[in-house]
Design a protein. Structure first.
Length: 259
């Protein structure tokens, strides 16, 4: 059985058990109107699939425009402040880890908000995406006080996260492999197999909690090559064509994907 057939088999199990199966798409590290960003927007438009693009406020170029063509299905949000690691050596990278004060965290996030507000685009969503998908929960207060409705990190949610005072809309698979030799797109069969395992885990969670969690696909357009965009197109089309599935925009609709 091929990797894609295994994926379809797990989708069929969800359908047989009346388990809703949704997907959503996030792309990180937007700073300029590059050729790669234009290709990303084109894929979203051609397939009619919503995508949430996270912007690094301090690094944006002066020419960044959010109203270019093919952005009908593109929304935007804040991706940290400067994408700088503040954790001590030996600790996992984080811009907003436990070693920073609440005041400094709040100042950085506010600086980012001010810059994004100057872009004056109605599609800037109330979602905060922390660099490296890490955000110490002691700083949730800062997000709430600054008006954010959602935190988007990484991984399937568990029961311990129900008490977090903010809605989570996580991604679950990064289609980019980050190795010592650089970044490149993962093998398509590896992606299907990972999605299959994620769906199995989601089914188990749903049977226990009855909570819908859209499976988030994460891309990084700035490190993608021409062939990667074609592979991404094929991937998204194949998921969309799978019986009983849908792409949703949990950052616009709290009913799908949020706690």
């Amino acid at each position: 059985m091929s990797a894609y057939d295994k994926f379809l088999t797990e989708i069929a199990r969800c359908n047989d058990d009346s388990i809703p199966i949704h997907f959503w798409w996030r792309d990180d590290d937007l700073i300029s109107n590059s050729t790669q960003f234009e290709k990303l927007c084109l894929i979203s438009d051609q397939l009619s699939i919503p995508v949430l693009c996270s912007i690094i406020p301090k690094l944006i170029s002066k020419d960044l425009k959010l109203d270019q063509k093919n952005t009908n299905y593109v929304s935007f949000c804040q991706h940290g402040w400067a994408h700088i690691n503040h954790e001590p050596e030996g600790k996992e990278k984080s811009e907003f880890g436990s070693h920073r004060s609440l005041l400094n965290v709040k100042t950085d996030i506010q600086n980012g908000i001010d810059i994004l507000n100057n872009l004056t685009n109605k599609k800037v969503c109330s979602v905060f995406v922390p660099p490296w998908n890490r955000f110490d929960l002691s700083h949730i207060r800062a997000l709430k006080e600054l008006g954010f409705q959602y935190l988007s990190s990484y991984g399937l949610q568990d029961s311990s996260e129900n008490s977090i005072n903010i809605s989570l809309i996580n991604t679950h698979i990064d289609i980019i492999y980050w190795g010592k030799d650089g970044a490149h797109m993962r093998n398509i069969n590896e992606i299907y197999l990972t999605l299959t395992e994620l769906i199995k885990q989601y089914q188990n969670n749903y049977k226990k909690t009855k909570k819908i969690e859209a499976i988030g696909i994460l891309s990084h357009h700035r490190v993608m090559q021409d062939q990667d965009f074609q592979a991404l197109t094929n991937l998204m089309q194949s998921i969309k064509n799978a019986p009983g599935t849908s792409f949703t925009a949990p950052f616009l609709d709290i009913s799908a994907g949020a706690v």
